[in-house]
Write a protein that binds this ligand. Sequence first.
Ligand code: F6P
Length: 510
Amino acid sequence: MTDVRLDHRLVIVSNRLPVALRRDAQGRWEAEPGSGGLVTALAPVLRNRGGLWIGWPGVAQTEDMNLDGSLREAVRGSGFAFKPVPLTEVEVAGYYYGFANEILWPLFHDLQTRCNFDPGYWEVYRRVNRKFAKIVAAAIRDDDHIWVHDYHLMLVGNELHRLAIRQKIGYFLHIPFPPPDLFLKLPWRYEILNALLAYDIVGLQTHRDKRNFVQCVRSMRKDVAVRGKGRVVSAWVDHREVRIGNFPISIDFEEFSRKAGSFEVNRRVAEIRSDLGSDGRRQMLLLGVDRLDYTKGIPERLMALADALERFPDLRGRISLMQIVVPSRVNIPKYQDLKLDIERKVSEINGKYTRTDWLPIRYIFHSIDRTELVALYRSADIALITPLKDGMNLVAKEYCATHIDNDGVLILSEFAGAADQLHAHPLLVNPYDVREVAETINTACHMPPEEKRRRMKALRRIVRKSDIYWWVDAFLGTVFSHDLEAFSRIDEEVPHMAFPPRTGPHRPPL
Ligand code: F6P
């Protein structure tokens, strides 16, 4: 097998660059690190092997903006090159806030009632995808490996073909792919499905996403035959092969583990634990870390915590939730409403239960640095990760990677992509079932150390084995290697089960 990772320059094309521009106190433009799953996962890969990243710097272009100049400093420390895609205010409004955030995001997360199928958005989406394609076409060399990412850029492959780019192009969707019942609601369903079939590979996060995509292909394109089984299948589109596979994205496991054992993290962990009380009477720390998003299930989680405190009074004074919300899409009114809803619930719960020696919820609305985040992961007795729907959820994997002492309990939504891969080792919950989540919090608080250890060891083994480098190798190998068989055999440790067995209280296994 050739080493597809290193022989060619890797060109990543994504909506955002790994840095975002913002104005500093003096009104000058400066670059700050971006947030979100895609950037977190891909930045170490490019840092490791170099390459080119093409994307939007996160703000609409203004006259006083010198993109290359503002990004120069960020490029210097990153280990790879950036090519910014400038977008006007109208383009940002129609393509990013409109088509991506008001149509694709809610629809692909099964939240169809939140969609606004405004036809004007589609025009701008097409125009911006064409703009990305032109910039890519001008920047690439013949032997580059081109890898396009996510729902913002579904049309770029097709546009590159129109520009006579003939090399292979890979595409990976970081969010879930919906079942046909939902996808068929999309007014531009044929255009989008056909554009996806213009790529040489369509990578999806989970078995379920792949099955949904294949079902859409089968029901909408009777002329396309989908053959094969296993991780990667082939669709034959006008005698051209399009590979379709599931590749669960991951993290740099070793880096997180190493950081978790570092001197500065150990010192912070000791401080955080001592703030939670002395040994015999130490409060248990529950941790939630999410971007501000209605898909993350934060209000539902807070209601579950309130239910747990109400129905299991012995938890009062014994558990404390640290909920970190990283600001995101804050210009969108629905996200502002969500923030208010979260803050109202936090204040209601704290108002009802706080005692002089105990605060039920600590709430943070800003991003925190890496050392503090890892220290919080390691200090947390329980991670409460309960999205209503999520492509993967890397917080779940980061939590496991940092639990180097094999302690800690992961409570995970069965609708997070990570649940597909982590099997029965977390405590799986239905995030809509407030009562079940409350009961599971109680179970986690009383879990014997031996069981915690057994589960965490199994979780860490899976995350270690299928880390971010495995993900890149598996994906690039599938696009660019002739030996498809070999890459189809690359698999995670555990077999897929459509509905992993439940371990929560009072629930028979499905
Ligand atoms: O894949 C999901 C994703 O595109 C991530 O990159 C990021 O976490 C988020 O969704 C996008 O957030 P934003 O709209 O702020 O770029």
